[in-house]
Design a protein around this ligand. Structure first.
Ligand SMILES: Cc1cc2nc3c(=O)[nH]c(=O)nc-3n(C[C@H](O)[C@H](O)[C@H](O)COP(=O)(O)O)c2cc1C
Length: 210
């Protein structure tokens, strides 16, 4: 199947079967999220992979009791930095220097520019910016899963503060922003599986400026 065929096959599964997804496929999906681009390359988020059924059950009531929370194979929780700190920014710039094996003046000036701007900003504003970056990786994970023939349900319908408590995220300077249930569709009990995909036309989506 070509990528677009796979993206047409993909839908937000409403029912999953509980069948486990192989760790190899999960690793490929996570790798796609890790490779996603982010603003200034900061990757200001972490991904928590919940395999533990008891933890999934704890989360479910705070996620509109959506069945896929417990019937999925792996539940990914995308948790963004609660703010940008000098330490967090420096770590990523230091990592770049370490991996590339040299220091570059332009890059160091850019680091300084971020250090002079981001940490001083309101934490909420910083979190919102970080969360946008997490969504890019979230989207990459969805596409990678479809490529692997694995179903997903993107989940924003949950109470982040409660999920943060269950996973102890605030203590780590993280806040959940979106979740992704990964598993296999239960076609027999999913009302959505055979319905046509609804998208606005390309004409309504795209403006071409020649
Ligand atoms: C950020 C985001 C949050 C979503 N939250 C939920 C959710 O909590 N529960 C759910 O069943 N679907 C959720 N969806 C699925 C959307 O409703 C779905 O992707 C959209 O209607 C398009 O349909 P399709 O993905 O089946 O093509 C979410 C999708 C996105 C991108």
């Amino acid at each position: 199947m070509e990528l677009l065929d796979k993206l047409n096959w993909r839908y937000a599964a409403k029912a999953m079967s509980g069948e486990k997804v192989s760790e190899e496929k999960i690793a490929n999906i996570i790798e796609a999220a890790r490779l996603a681009p982010t603003s200034s390359g900061l990757q200001p988020f972490e991904i928590i992979i919940v395999k533990n059924q008891k933890i999934k059950e704890q989360i479910k009531p705070f996620a509109w009791n959506q069945s896929v929370i417990t019937d999925c194979s792996h539940l990914l929780v995308f948790a963004a930095w609660d703010t940008y700190t000098a330490d967090r920014i420096n770590k990523m710039f230091d990592l770049t220097n370490e991996i590339r094996g040299f220091k570059n003046e332009g890059w160091e000036n850019y680091r300084q520019m971020l250090l002079n701007n981001y940490p001083q900003k309101d934490a909420e504003e910083n979190f919102n910016h970080a969360a946008k970056q997490a969504y890019i990786a979230f989207s990459a994970a969805i596409i990678a899963a479809a490529y692997e023939g694995v179903d997903t349900t993107p989940i924003e319908g949950f109470e982040p503060a409660e999920v943060d408590k269950i996973l102890g995220l605030r203590e780590k300077g993280l806040r959940s922003c979106v979740m992704l249930a990964i598993g296999y569709r239960d076609a027999d009990s999913d009302w959505l599986v055979n319905l046509k995909k609804v998208r606005k036309s390309t004409k309504d989506l795209v403006t071409i400026i020649e």
